[in-house]
Structure formats: structure tokens, C-alpha cells
Design a protein around this ligand. Sequence first.
Ligand SMILES: Cc1cc2nc3c(=O)[nH]c(=O)nc-3n(C[C@H](O)[C@H](O)[C@H](O)COP(=O)(O)OP(=O)(O)OC[C@H]3O[C@@H](n4cnc5c(N)ncnc54)[C@H](O)[C@@H]3O)c2cc1C
Length: 414
Amino acid sequence: MKRVVIIGIGFGGIRAARELAGQGLEVVLVDRNNYHLFQPLLYQVATAGLEQESIAYPIRAMSRHWTGTRFHLAEVRAVDFAACKVLTSHGEIGYDYLVVAAGSVTNFFGLDSVERHAYDLKKLADAERLRNQILTAFERAVVEPDPAKRRALMTFVIVGGGPTGVEFSGALIELVRYVLAKDYPELSVQAARVVLIEAFDRLMAAMPEQLQSYTLNKLRSMGVEVLLNARVTDAGPERVVLHDGAVIPAHTLFWSAGVKAAPLAGSLGVGLKPGGRVPVGADLSLSGHPEVFIVGDMAWLEQDGVPLPMVAPVAMQMGTYAGKAIKLREQNLPVPPFRYHDKGSMATIGKSAAVAMTHGMKLKGYPAWIAWLLLHLYYLIGFRNRVVVMLNWIWYYWFHERQVRLITDQDGTR
Ligand SMILES: Cc1cc2nc3c(=O)[nH]c(=O)nc-3n(C[C@H](O)[C@H](O)[C@H](O)COP(=O)(O)OP(=O)(O)OC[C@H]3O[C@@H](n4cnc5c(N)ncnc54)[C@H](O)[C@@H]3O)c2cc1C
């Protein structure tokens, strides 16, 4: 029986696995985590809106229903293409076909001080760490006699005006204004600052202008300070420095200004494209290795002259395609080239406010928000997770409460 190894059970890997299960192939799933993570909702864990368990799902709970599939918990260190072997922290795994879907990591663009002092959101633990930091900062502010230091503790700087920065800023200002205001009556909530910094002259660059200005106006009306045409160049534990030398005293810096391919890309021994991404052919295979497919954030493929974005729908469509391509190869049938079908994009800004663009339609406000909620529930894995997430959202909608206001660890908070 031929063996397919899939590295990374994120959005791309999971789709490839589903396509290949029960097809008379041995499918080995390899991931450093024993769960699939729904990254688009990480910011809600960080802002105390959701339990971390509700946005993750055990890989074995999925694979036990997928005939011919088994899971291997390991860190992949490299691939030996000549010997057709994946080299992991727990031994080698031979393959006939390989799907590499190891995703991406945060890109700090060489800003070392920012990397040292900023929080990012890529892993489940990052979200918990950031939540601990936000809540600990408020606890410290309560006992801080110096007004300037208190304000710095209550200042949160967010870098990157894309969907993650916008969603996080909106969720954070709502946490502060609606929930923490009640928890900390001794603090003036008006003194808390949520500052969103964007290098370009607009937020949500991939959206139409009308939705960009809606996002900007909505965030500002909610109390977020949005700085456009501004760049962070340096950071310390209690300050953030902008390109023009301006200093924002702040204990919390959240970086969402970019991602780059997972470090595994660098160990594949091929020339990389911008963002460390791996160039692939029209069938997503690696040059000279038709049996190796690269999918998702790691893959660099241009369509109509522009590289495909590093987003979940691209990864899912690529994963499904790679699975189908392997099945076609096994039947000695031709494999058509991959084509991404863009069904649109969306982002939520706050309660009853979101922007969405789909099939030429532009939605904003309440209808976009409902569409966002339904779509995220649909793509979340696991019935229980969907119920828990929906209940949390309903609870917040009616009572303005976020239950997960827990500081689970104070190490690393400032
Ligand atoms: C905070 C945040 C918010 C986002 N919001 C959105 C959104 O709203 N809409 C949207 O479309 N996209 C969003 N994205 C982007 C989206 O999550 C990614 O594009 C998508 O996850 C890419 O899928 P992938 O399969 O390439 O990688 P991933 O889903 O990241 O999966 C990669 C997997 O590989 C594993 N892995 C990595 N390296 C190794 C290794 N060496 N050994 C073993 N296992 C390894 C990881 O553990 C992981 O399970 C968001 C991303 C983040 C971080």
C-alpha cells in the first residue's frame, strides 16, 4: 500500500487528509500539536471571550473516523527528498507522496527589540499569554499610585491594520469598556488606551474603499485610537517607539503586521520567494519532485500575476486539491492545474459590526456581522465546540460579560 505523509494538520493538511481517507492509501498525519487549531478565533481567546479548548480539536478524534489514517505527534525537522523520508523528532517516516502544510509564523521584519517585547498570536499558548498580560496589567494598574505609570499599564498598542489587528482592537476596547469597567470601579476606564497602528493610509487594505472607511470610523467611534501612516521601529517593556521618534508609554504591544512561511520551508533546500514561501508549480508540486506537494501559507503561487494570499480559504482549497491530485496520479489520470476561487473576505469589528465582501457584494454592519458569526461557526471543527462558542457569543451579546477572565500564569507579564 502506498503511503502519503501529511506534515501539518492545519487548514490545508486537514483538507488533504479528508480527501485521501478511505482511498486505499496509508495516510500518516504528522503535527507537533495533537490538535487542529482554528486560528481566526485566537483573538477571542486573548480577549477573554472564548475558552481555548473551544477553538481546538484533537486530531485523533478526527482521524479515528478516517479509514487508513494514523497520527504521529512529532516535530518535523527536515525532508530527505532523495530517500523519500520525513525526518522528525521521533524518527524517520518514509513516503510515496508528501503534502507539506506547515503554515506560517509571525514576521517581525528583523525588528529584534519588537520581537523581544511584543505579543503575537499564532499558537494557543500565545492567546492565553496575551490574555494573562491584559488582565495582569489591569491588576497592576489598580495598585499603581503614579498616574503616568498607571496609564502606561492601561495602554495597549496593536500593530497592523489587517483583519487580525482590526478584530483584536475592537474586541479589546469592548472588553475594557463593557467588562473591565465593571470589574475595576477604582480605575477610570476612559484612561485606558487601545492604539491601532497601520503603516499604510488605510485599514483592511484588501477590502473596497467603502468598507475601509466604515472600519476606520467604526473603530474610532468605539474609542480605538487609529494611527495611519505610522510605523513601530523600536520597543521596550514599557514603551513603543514610532518612526518619527514619538514614544507611546505602554506595557502591552501586540504585533499582527505580517507572517512568513514556517521555518521548515528553509530546510527544504529550495530557493525561497518573499516571506520565505516555497515556489510551487501549477499543480502545487515542488520543482523536480512531482510526489511532493506544498500547500497553504507555505506555498508561493501566482495567479493572474499576483501571489495568492496567506489565508485559510487558499490553504483549504490547496489541501483539497493536493488530495485529489494524488488520487488522480494513482489512477494515471491527468491532473488539471490548481485554480483558487476567491469567495470573498470578512472581518468583525465589534458587537453587531463587521465588514464582508463576497461575489462582488459589499456588506457592513449587522448583516455582515451575522454572516461572519455563521461562517465561523460553520468552519469551526466539532459540534461541541460550535455549541460552546455560540453560547459564549449569545452570553456576551445579552449580558456584556466575558466569562474567561482568568489569569492562569503571571510569568512573562509586565
Ligand atoms: C490570529 C490569526 C487570525 C487569522 N484570521 C484569519 C481569518 O480571519 N481569515 C482567514 O482566512 N485566515 C486567517 N488567518 C490565517 C489562516 O489561519 C492561515 O492562512 C491558515 O491557518 C493557513 O493554513 P495552513 O494549513 O497553511 O497552516 P496552519 O493552519 O497554520 O497549520 C500548520 C500546521 O503545521 C504544524 N506545524 C508547523 N510546523 C511544523 C513542524 N515543523 N513539525 C510538525 N508540525 C508543524 C502546526 O502545528 C499546524 O498545526 C489567521 C491567522 C492568525 C494567526
